[in-house]
Design a protein around this ligand. Structure first.
Ligand SMILES: CC(C)(COP(=O)(O)OP(=O)(O)OC[C@H]1O[C@@H](n2cnc3c(N)ncnc32)[C@H](O)[C@@H]1OP(=O)(O)O)[C@@H](O)C(=O)NCCC(=O)NCCSC(=O)C[C@H](O)C(=O)O
Ligand SMILES: [Mg+2]
Length: 375
């Protein structure tokens, strides 16, 4: 184990200093593309500014005989494209046990390390995987003369990775975030779903039979589909929050079912995720909409902030109690809205148009409490 004092020292002579905080840049939508697919690749320059992250995918979904073409294609696109201030360039390299990953890392850091913000590492099993990538990146960054470190994002897609999730998050100051990989994780856990993310109609709870009905089998009883991914996402969110890194949902494979896609994304947003992947252009607007707070939520949050004054005590607003803790919840929304407004003019306009607090005095009743307290 490294000592706390050494944690923020470069792991190779000449490598840039590690960051102490994940840079606060929007990453609501991480758009996947296959750099070996000429039609897709041709669209990438025009997508700059329309998504928060463009991710050149080299791993699953790229055919084995296209791995080298995908790597070279990504180098070509990165060199030829100005990604501007508001779109980051990420990549997903091949798995650490694959025959391609070493060349992926060496080539990408050497050729386009100055353009790459984050490297997504699939099938991470434990902190040892992050330590390996961490040291190698430091050596490559030093050799390439890079001025800022490339960050690392791990995909949770094995049972072992899930069991080690806290250690993975804390393995390096390079850790930027985690995504859920529901397809690989389902396979590794031997779950019996063949879907890429999303729910399953068989995973449900059933209403009790009506009182006095003996024939429970034939009684009319409502069923409610449950969220297969609730536990996993919640666990991932806690591990990320504990280590100051960012949690993301992952892929939703039913491209045509935009309604269920939106539901899955919203569940993740409500649970604490900051973004998701888009696999197809149709998922981009859904992700941006869902992972940006609604105008109504921003308006409500601002009213609570305004009503809470110095932030202590308790007030009644619209018949509901608000206090120090609910104020913190509201600040999450207000701060997110402010951060997104800095880079998204449409959202800036939307949030500027909503009332900024001014809680109606008639709606607010200040309770006894800690008025005047420093806390
Ligand atoms: C899913 C797709 C294979 C569908 O492609 P296609 O059949 O071409 O769709 P369309 O005909 O509807 O496409 C319309 C046009 O849009 C372009 N297109 C499609 N996808 C993209 C994209 N991602 N980026 C940019 N442009 C895109 C098409 O070229 C069409 O163009 P045109 O003909 O000019 O109108 C395909 O979308 C796709 O391959 N998507 C990416 C899939 C992917 O990255 N998968 C890996 C991530 S999920 C995963 O790995 C699982 C995870 O790890 C886990 O374990 O859970
Ligand atoms: Mg996977």
């Amino acid at each position: 184990m490294r000592s706390a004092k050494d944690f923020f020292k470069p792991l190779a002579v000449g490598a840039p200093r590690p960051v102490t905080e994940v840079p606060a840049r929007p990453s609501r939508v991480i758009h996947f593309f296959d750099p070996s697919n000429e039609k897709m690749a041709a669209k990438i320059p025009s997508m700059v500014g329309t998504v928060d992250v463009l991710l050149g995918n080299l791993e699953d979904a790229v055919k084995a005989d296209k791995k080298v073409a995908a790597r070279e294609g990504l180098v070509k696109i990165a060199k030829a494209t100005d990604f501007g201030e508001n779109t980051q360039l990420w990549t997903r390299v091949n798995a650490l046990d694959s025959p391609w990953v070493l060349d992926d890392l060496v080539t990408l850091v050497t050729e386009i390390g100055d353009k790459l913000d984050v490297i997504m590492v699939p099938k991470v099993e434990g902190p040892e995987d992050i330590h390996y990538v961490d040291r190698l990146l430091a050596q490559l960054e030093a050799r390439a003369g890079l001025q800022r470190p490339i960050l690392v994002h791990a995909i949770l897609e094995t049972a072992r990775g899930m069991a080690n999730v806290e250690e993975i998050c804390g393995a390096s100051p390079r850790m930027q975030g985690l995504s859920l990989g529901p397809a690989d994780l389902a396979a590794d856990r031997r779950m019996k779903t063949t879907r890429v993310g999303g729910g399953h109609p068989g995973y449900l709870v059933r209403q009790d039979p009506p009182a006095g009905v003996d024939d429970a089998v034939h009684a009319d009883r409502a069923t409610y589909q449950q969220d297969l991914w609730h536990y996993t996402i919640a666990r991932m969110v806690d591990a990320c929050a504990m280590h100051g890194i960012l949690p993301y949902y992952g892929p939703f494979g039913d491209i045509k079912d935009v309604v269920a896609c939106e539901d899955q994304f919203r569940n993740a947003f409500l649970l604490g995720c900051v973004g998701t992947w888009s696999l197809h252009p149709v998922q981009i607007e859904i992700a941006k909409r869902v992972f940006s707070p609604s105008a109504e939520d921003v308006a409500h949050a601002r009213r609570v902030v305004e009503a809470m004054g110095d932030g202590t005590g308790a007030v009644m607003l619209d018949g509901k109690m608000e206090d120090d803790a609910s104020l913190k919840q509201c600040l999450v929304i207000v701060e997110l809205a402010e951060r997104l407004s800095r880079t998204d003019p449409e959202l800036a306009q939307l949030y500027a148009a909503v009332p900024d607090g001014g809680a109606d005095v008639a709606d607010v009743a200040v309770s006894s409490g800690n008025e005047g307290s420093a806390q």
